[in-house]
Structures are given as C-alpha cells and as structure tokens.
Design a protein around this ligand. Structure first.
Ligand SMILES: [Zn+2]
Length: 515
C-alpha cells in the first residue's frame, strides 16, 4: 500500500513536472514572439537597427542557455552583399571589427547568429545537423508596421526553445547541432546563402547531415505540421512519424519542395546538394500583411511543434547512420539545367505573305506547327535549341484586289528547322528564355484555293528552300512545360517562275513538353 501511494505520488509529481515544463515553454514562446513582433521593433527590416535589436534579443537567449559560437568567440556572422555580376550576387562574410567602416562606406551590413551544441561522439561530432529560422521581416510600409509574428518571430522563438531542450539533452546527441538565426531572408535568402557559403569555404558544408528551416510555425490551430523534403534523406519519413507520435501532433509530408514561387532558407543548402527539410504550419496566417500579429498565434500549438522538432533533431543527431538519399535533391533546387533536353512542341499562330515590290500584303491566315524540339545547354545561361517541325500555313488574298479577283487562299506545307541561341534566366524548374537565330524551310507542297469555285490547284510562288531570321520568348514552368511566342522572317522569296519578291512572316504561340 505504502509503495503504491509513493508510486502514485511519484507519477503525479512527474506529470506535474512535465506539465509545468510544457507550460513554461509555452509561456516563453509567447514572450519571445511578443517581443520580436512588437510594434517597437518596426517589423525587423533586414539590416536595420530594429533587426539588430531582434538579433540581440535572440543572442541573449542563446548565451543565457550556454550555447557556444560555431566560429571563434562571436556568434555573430556579419555579411554584406557584393555584386560581381547581376546574375549572381555574392554574400561576403566580414570581420566584426570592420562593420563600422563598411557602414561608413554606405554598405548595409547584415547579421546572422550561428551557434553550436557540440556532439558527444568523438567521431560523429564532426557531422552537423543545422537548424535555422530567419528573424527579419518586411519592416515599415506606408506607415504600417509589418510585425511578422508568424513570419517568422514564431520560427525564431521555436528555435530558441528547441536549443534549450537540445542543450538539456546534449549528452545524448552524437552529432553536433548548429543553431542559427538568419537575417535578410525576405530580401532573397541572403542570410542562409551567407552561412552556406561561409560553411563551404571553411570545409564544414560537406559534413552537414541535414539542414532544417523553420519558417512560420505559429498557426497550427488543430491542423498539421508540414514537412517538405522527406525524399532528400533516407528514413526521413519514419523519423518524422516517430517524432510526431511522441509529441502528439499530426503531420503532412512532401517529398520535395516543389513550388517555383515559394522559397525558404533551405534553398542555398539544397542547391549545394545538402538534404533539407522545410518546416511550417502553412500559409494560414495573414501572410506578408500588417495583420500578422502576436495575438493571433497558437502558442500551445507552437509548443507541440517545438517538442516534435526537438524529437526529430535528437533522432537525427543520435542515430548511428543518417544518410542522404543520394541524388534525390528537388528538381527545383537542381540549379543546373540538364545538358541535353528533348520534347514535343506545338505551335499555332498567323502567317502572311509580303509581296515586297508590289506593296501588296496578303491577309493573315493560320500557321500551325507540330514537331520535336531539342536543346543543348552549354551553361546555366546559354543554350542552343534546334527544332524539326512540320508546318502548315495559309494566307488569304483580299477579294477586292483586281489582280486576283475572288476569294483566294494560298497554303503551304513545309519542313521547318529553326536553330536559336537561347539566353536562359532562372533555374531548372522555372526560367525565362530569349532566343535568336535562323531557320531553314523545305517546301513540300503549296496550293491556291479558289473558295468561290471550290477548286484547289498546286502553284509555286515561293522557292523550295527558304531561310530567314527567327526569334522567340518563352517561360518554363514546372520543369517540363514551356510556353512562349516565336517569330519568323523569311529572307528569300522569289521563285524562278514567279518574279515577285515574296517574303513570309509568321508569329506563333508555342507550347512544348520536355521528356
Ligand atoms: Zn518567412
């Protein structure tokens, strides 16, 4: 009996202890979000004194729980953006002593916080699990404060509390865990880019087991915690399920981050082939609106999210082997286009003939194309596209024309081979391409139809071999689909038997699907 009483007593104390811990964590999360998303911080615009205040708050929290800097004795990683060329801005880490001289020069200096919980295994401690959240937001716009409570005071707060729990159980962590707060996410993922490049230059990046970005986790509200990137790491799905079960949370999992429009701090790491997970409770909050305030956040939900992520990171940091799923990086993050691409293409548009030395132009008719397209990509920004198309075009003679009274239409079928140099802007999934080149066209058949009489007869107005200029504009979406316009201007046009200089002009809308 006595034993049973003491057992019950022990259990209730334990439950009370766990309960209070959870209560305290929720209270702390709330305090962090209310501080970071307060009007007095003016929306934490990247590189501003307000963002610095947010950074110092997070730094104090990190220090108070005993986190160590990853590099030297300073958690702050100051960096500036340097533009070598417009297409690839560089983030350069600068010394803390030189910050004021850069600022005097007119540079905006940004600042990440990078801390570490050293792993306990003598070998595995040289491998790293990176956990980060951006703390910057949009600042002030039209006199309104964009507080960014969900985006991303919530993630910053969750990372602080994750670090606290991970510190408490650090003896169980075999790998080291890097804890970071990123600046300048909202203006182009600059903070995470600066960290990835700094880790790369000091040889640490290749030792990263997994990088996790926690962005907008304040709106659980009975819903699911969303993980994107499970296919980049072996057994990732199972590890998430286990962590979810332990923390009593529902999750949704996506193999990859796929949206070409959404981006978070995982991107600079994923682009360097590091397995990544993007964690969020979704876009339920007033996203990028001044209404994204601290009083709308689900703090009990955030506390569960924190517990779930601590469980997940602990597993990743303590399992003997955690392997990247080799080669399985999201297509969105595969920066390089494949060297060779092929697909099918359809085009529809208008065509007309321009009789140059008579100032006589036919009325536009229909031009339709179908065929194969191939592209050889020499580099990220330059490719050569060659198509082989069957082309059927028509053009109409105006009925009022004396020379050819009545309603006539000219039609021609040809084999068309355009070749263009393409300038490519964007990545593999989504890009914009401008092409310029020439075309060759072999005339298969041409005919003239008299619609009044209902007769079609073969004629030869244009030469068998035609060539000219072509150019195009196109947009690639979802890696495989491309849409755009192409234009053709023929240079040669007179057939031996038909001495009028006749130039063909076509404009088409194209859709292509790449295999
Ligand atoms: Zn964000």
């Amino acid at each position: 009996m006595k034993n049973r009483i003491s057992l019950i007593l022990c259990l209730s104390l334990l439950l009370l202890g766990v309960g209070t811990r959870a209560q305290n964590q929720q209270q702390r999360l709330e305090n962090h979000v209310y501080f970071l998303a307060a009007d007095s911080l003016n929306g934490r615009k990247a590189g501003s004194p307000d963002a610095r205040r947010a950074m110092r708050y997070i730094e104090n929290e990190y220090r108070a729980m005993g986190l160590r800097p990853l590099w030297g004795d300073d958690m702050r990683q100051y960096f500036i953006q340097e533009i070598d060329n417009v297409l690839s801005p560089q983030m350069t880490t600068i010394n803390s002593d030189s910050v004021s001289s850069y600022e005097q020069r007119g540079d905006i200096v940004y600042c990440n916080l990078v801390a570490v919980i050293p792993g306990s295994d003598p070998v595995l401690k040289d491998e790293y699990v990176v956990v980060g959240a951006h703390y910057d937001h949009l600042g002030l716009r039209n006199g309104k404060v964009y507080n960014g409570a969900d985006d991303n005071a919530s993630g910053s707060a969750a990372v602080i509390e994750m670090a606290r729990q991970l510190m408490a159980r650090r003896s169980q962590l075999a790998r080291s865990v890097i804890i970071c707060a990123f600046d300048a996410e909202e203006i182009g993922l600059w903070g995470s880019t600066a960290l990835a490049s700094q880790m790369s230059s000091c040889g640490l990046l290749s030792h990263v087991t997994m990088m996790m970005s926690i962005d907008m986790v304040g709106w659980l509200k009975g819903g699911k915690l969303d993980f994107s990137g499970t296919a980049t790491l072996k057994d990732c799905s199972a590890m998430i399920e286990e962590a979810a079960q332990r923390s009593g949370i529902r999750v949704s999992k996506n193999r990859y981050e796929t949206s070409p429009f959404g981006a978070t701090d995982t991107e600079p790491f994923a682009k360097r082939d590091i397995p990544t997970l993007a964690v969020t409770t979704g876009l339920g909050s007033p996203y990028h609106k001044p209404e994204d305030d601290a009083d709308l956040i689900d703090y009990a939900g955030m506390s569960k999210v924190t517990d779930c992520l601590v469980a997940l990171v602990s597993t990743m940091a303590s399992r003997e082997t955690v392997m990247a799923a080799t080669g399985k990086i999201s297509p969105k993050h595969k920066n390089k286009l494949p060297v060779l691409e092929a697909g099918i293409v359809l085009g529809i548009g208008t065509n007309r003939l321009n009789f140059c030395n008579t100032a006589f132009i036919t009325k536009p008719g229909v031009d339709a194309q179908v065929g194969l397209t191939g592209q050889l990509n020499f580099s990220k920004h330059l490719g050569l596209q060659v198509d082989a198309l069957f082309d059927r075009s028509t053009s109409k003679y105006p009925p009022q024309e004396d020379l050819l009274a009545g309603s006539l239409s000219y039609g021609q079928s040809s084999l068309l081979v355009p070749a263009q140099l393409k300038l490519i802007l964007g990545n593999r999934t989504a890009n914009f391409q401008v092409g310029l080149g020439g075309f060759y066209s072999y005339l298969l058949r041409s005919d003239l139809t008299d619609h009044e009489k209902g007769v079609t007869e073969r004629v030869r107005i244009l030469p068998t071999d035609q060539y000219g200029l072509t150019w195009s504009l196109s947009v690639r979406l979802m890696e495989k689909i491309s849409m755009g316009c192409s234009f053709y201007y023929a240079f040669n046009g007179n057939n031996d038997k038909f001495s009028i200089d006749t130039k063909r002009r076509s404009s088409l809308f194209n859709v292509s699907y790449l295999f």
